[in-house]
Design a protein around this ligand. Sequence first.
Ligand SMILES: [Zn+2]
Length: 392
Amino acid sequence: MQETVRYTCRLRPGRQAERALLEERGRCRWLWNEAVHQQKTGRKPTFCKLSKLLTAARADLPWLRDGSQVAQQQTLRTYAAALDHSFKVKGRRKPVIKRRKDAPPSLEYTVRGFTVRAGRLVLPKGVTVPVVWSRDLPSQPSSVRVYQDSLGHWYASFVVTRETGQAPDADGGIGIDWGVTTTAATTDPAYDLPYGGHRKRCAAELAKAQRKMARRRRQRGQAPSSGYRRARREAAELHKKAQRQNTHTARMWAKRVVDNHQTIAVEDFRSRFLARSTMARKAADAAITATKRELIERGMRAGRKVVLVPPAYTTMTCAECGTRAKERLTLDERIFRCTACGNIADRDRNAAGVILAMAERGHAGADDVRHAPRLPSGVAGGMRSELEIPRL
Ligand SMILES: [Zn+2]
């Protein structure tokens, strides 16, 4: 079996190439904002209509013609897909204006618009960028996304196909409940993922850097001081570091879970419930989001049964007998006691058990059963979307 995946490599554009990339991004941003305007003024911009407008605009405007047609068309394609999702996917909002200061550069090229020659990425209009090949591509890439992160580093994300690796045979199920002190509490204590170590330290350092930023911030309308800019850079670097460590830990853990279980029942955690309040909480929240994403992706790739369970009532229900308690546990009560069967269990372990039971039985305990709309497969550049997973 073949699977479609992304391989990301660091780019090291020279001064000229970087300027060319930023100019291309400017043109694409202008197009995106035009499309948003079309939508706002009720002209229902489909990709077909937008393409025609692009052709007309390129004939009229020499500065637009200076850019790559492939990158510009891809911008409109991405816009049209985003608009389409805003109608079909629950919770997805309409695409909005991209501002220069907060929309990071991102350019897409299909196979028509780029080649890899002598280890370099060759883009239209004579732009050549050296690539740091951290690993060999398993196939010819079918498209590439060139983007810049918050630290100003450039990356190329190639879409490639490769043979699906065989996951080891496994049976049995695992239930996973997300939390702040323990990122993942599972039905089997051996698979618990504690929150802490370097991620906690990163959160503390990040909070410190942000306090420094706050002290150095000038009033509105004044140019930021160089001290402020330094502090901002420091915070951005720490943020990236924490993010990378999250991803790494998440990958190691998710691999272990997926290799050893056939059914993976995951609490359908939505970050907005936790993301208010302190830096430490936000960091814990980011850890959960990264871990959940990694687990789902690996589970689906290995062909496991991955089920997302809505978190409603999972902490109030008994994992042994399925009786729902009359009252909610307060946050400081760590032990769950069942009044019906006398089961006593750790609060998070019990919730994980309920999640697993619900996944195995279809929907047992919870009244709140929701169905997310399904996206047609092949959206988002051929990658499987989280929305294709069955939800309870
Ligand atoms: Zn019970």
